[in-house]
Design a protein around this ligand. Structure first.
Ligand code: UDP
Ligand code: MG
Length: 319
């Protein structure tokens, strides 16, 4: 990267990092509202957009922003789509501010809430999380999300009121740890919470998506949550071991019972379908277990292979 050759621009105090994937319908309004907020705060700030391989006009729009506000905007261009968290990660690598704020590009997180986060960081909190006051998503999203929040907290021990809210502030020290962690399938808010020394949370407004549809399919959300569970805990494996032991214990009892029955009542031949039912159930348990082990093995493989997490084609900025 080009950090060392940059001209003598004093490092900004605040960096705002925004992942962008096919957000052309949202970017103009985002730009307008965001710059208004930043100008009003009047503190040295930079805004780092990561174009996560958008297929629409997003990159062109972002490049236009650099021309309009070279004092403010920097754009990281990926060579293809690597996902929201890697886009944020690249933004983190590029950001120079002491306080680093993340935000979604679809205006679900109002930029007007940024000063609230900064105020908490000024007080010395190194991670400022947020929870959405009135979450504007469908029940189909909010109910599973509540469940997942609960399970995640039980399994990983990481306390976050609202894991899905990406409007968050991190001190540079935390961001550095995250960048250096070198993790590929990770969940940035959880990682930050894990390392935080003085975390806090604030309530923020939440809006429906300004335009377009969520980039996340059910399958992607599922995978993200697997990342979250397996990335921060071995509990899924341990639960599985415990289930396995319980089933073995139960079957052993059954074997004893059958033996006794054979002696005292005689052999039995009926109940073959019950047997099948039990077998199929156990087969399901075994396959699930294989799957869980596979989740971990896959992640180990990814990590061991140590392939670059993403490739930055170029960084658009004033030079
Ligand atoms: N995003 C991204 N890469 C992706 C998917 C999403 O950079 O592969 C960005 C997207 O542009 C937005 C943020 O991540 O700024 C959240 O995405 P989205 O609104 O689709 O998720 P949701 O709000 O439904 O969880
Ligand atoms: Mg969204």
């Amino acid at each position: 990267m080009t950090t060392s050759t940059r001209t003598l621009v004093a490092a900004p105090e605040i960096s705002i990092v925004i992942p962008v994937y096919n957000e052309q319908a949202n970017l103009p309004l985002l730009f307008q509202r965001l710059t208004a907020v930043v100008d009003q705060m009047g503190r040295p700030t930079e805004i780092v957009f990561t174009d996560d391989g958008s297929k629409d006009n997003s990159l062109a729009l972002l490049k236009g922003f650099v021309v309009q506000r070279p004092d403010l905007i920097r754009v990281v261009e990926f060579d293809r789509n690597y996902g929201q968290h890697m886009a944020v990660m690249a933004g983190f690598e590029t950001a120079r501010g002491t306080f680093i704020v993340t935000l979604d590009a679809d205006l679900q997180n109002p930029p007007e809430e940024i000063p609230k986060l900064i105020a908490e960081m000024d007080k010395g909190h190194d991670v400022v999380g947020s929870y959405r006051r009135d979450r504007q998503d469908s029940l189909l999203r909010t109910l599973p999300s509540r469940l997942v929040n609960y399970v995640r907290e039980r399994i990983t021990g990481i306390k976050m009121r609202d894991q899905g809210c990406m409007l968050r502030g991190y001190h540079r020290s935390i961001v550095r740890i995250i960048v250096e962690s070198g993790e590929t399938s990770t969940f940035i808010p959880a990682l930050a919470q894990f390392y935080a020394e003085r975390p806090t949370e604030v309530e923020v407004e939440h809006a429906a998506r300004h335009a377009g549809a969520s980039n996340y399919t059910l399958y992607m959300l599922l995978r993200l949550n697997f990342d979250l569970m397996t990335g921060f805990s071995l509990v899924p494996l341990q639960v599985f071991t415990i289930v396995g032991m319980a089933v073995s214990g139960g079957s052993l009892l059954l074997v004893f019972y059958m033996l006794l029955r054979r002696v005292f009542v005689g052999p039995e031949a009926e109940g073959i379908f019950t047997l099948f039912a039990i077998l199929f159930f156990l087969l399901g348990v075994v396959i699930t277990g294989l799957g869980i082990v596979g989740e971990y093995v896959g992640r180990i493989y990814q990590q061991v292979r140590a392939r670059a997490r993403f490739r930055i084609r170029t960084i658009h900025e004033k030079n």
